[in-house]
Design a protein around this ligand. Structure first.
Ligand code: SF4
Length: 337
């Protein structure tokens, strides 16, 4: 199944809740949010049904996100359901890590093998400022609990913002090398509508790699499967762990984007920067058959023309410039990363 630019659908990111116990400045900058009514959130049965249909269309990897996915009670029940799909997709979880230490045994027993944990700073005070309420030690406890249980790979995601945490690039790399974690730096992006994005807040991939390479020489590996968002590097000295950069702003990768998203309230979204999605919950709760749902998924993907990050770069490089507010986007709380 291909979209208008011949991109297959391979990855599905499922937001299981819009709620989060952090308020990271780049993701959920406001203090108060209006949460979805519980009845509006897809049930595990509804998510599993859609996941089965997506897998039948070629999805190979399912990432559970939020909000904070571990804020949803008994997530292991969903993971157990997804683990029985055929052909078996890779199941990953992106989490802020705050509840990981207590939940990881049940998640692993249900079939989870891969996690990404967001850690933007290794300084407890700064970590609290960025997340507005996070406890770094709890997140580290979760990270090491997952490692002790044998999850692999464990990836650390760090969003870099100039003037906030770019001075920690080498500390984060040294930490990841010492514990053999995979580290992914992410360029600060204009996700949602309220994170006050500006070009001068970006720390570019070029700068990140140059900084690391000067201290820990790197060799480029490339993108996993040719379509992953991150360009990865290994350490020339053979040290464990690896490092990568997701350069959505300075080196967009829309041309190989195989990702779709499902919001917590059941909207099918074909781009991280989309302003709307198709209401699959309404379709399913209206009694649609599997064949009818599949027909809708195929039609929407077949018409997909999203290439937002490439268009942003073109605008940034043009006379006109780029206005991050030119289009209202779906907020990260409903979309996941
Ligand atoms: S901007 Fe949209 S189309 Fe481009 S890589 Fe990101 S999600 Fe994919």
């Amino acid at each position: 199944m291909l979209d208008t630019f011949n991109r297959p659908l391979r990855d599905l990111r499922i937001s299981v809740t819009d709620r989060c116990n952090f308020r990271c400045t780049y993701c959920m900058p406001l203090d108060e949010y209006e949460w979805l009514e519980k009845s509006e959130v897809l049930s595990f049965e509804e998510i599993a049904r859609l996941a089965r249909l997506f897998v039948s269309l070629g999805v190979e990897k399912i990432r559970l996100t939020g909000g904070e996915p571990l804020a949803r009670r008994a997530l292991e029940i969903l993971i157990a359901k997804l683990s029985t799909l055929e052909p078996a997709p890779e199941i990953c979880l992106t989490t802020n890590g705050s509840l990981l230490a207590e939940k990881i045994p049940a998640l692993k027993a249900a079939g989870l093998r891969r996690i990404n944990v967001s850690i933007d700073s290794l300084k407890p005070e700064r970590f609290r400022q960025i997340t507005k309420r996070g406890d770094l030690q709890k997140v580290l406890d979760g990270l090491f609990a997952a490692q002790r249980l044998g999850l692999k790979p464990i990836k650390i995601n760090a969003v870099l913002e100039r003037g906030v945490n770019e001075d920690e690039i080498l500390d984060l790399v040294a930490f990841s090398r010492a514990h053999e974690f995979s580290l992914r730096f992410i360029e600060f992006m204009d996700v949602g509508n309220a994170n006050e994005w500006r070009l001068d807040k970006i720390v570019s991939k070029q700068e990140i790699i140059a900084t690391i390479h000067a201290r820990f020489p790197l060799r480029q590996i490339g993108r996993d499967k040719g379509s992953a968002p991150s360009v990865d590097y290994e350490f020339v000295d053979g040290c464990g762990g690896d490092v990568g950069v997701i350069a959505s702003v300075t080196e967009p990768f829309c041309g190989t984007c195989t990702r779709a998203r499902l919001t917590a309230d059941g909207k099918f979204v074909t781009c991280l920067f989309a302003h709307t999605g198709y209401d699959l919950k309404k379709l399913m709760r209206g009694g649609a058959s599997d064949a009818e749902v599949l027909d809708v998924l195929e039609t929407i993907w077949g018409r997909r023309r999203d290439r937002y990050s490439e268009e942003r770069l073109a605008a940034l490089q043009s006379q006109v410039g780029y206005d991050p507010k030119r289009q209202k986007k779906i907020e990260m709380i409903s979309l996941g990363g």
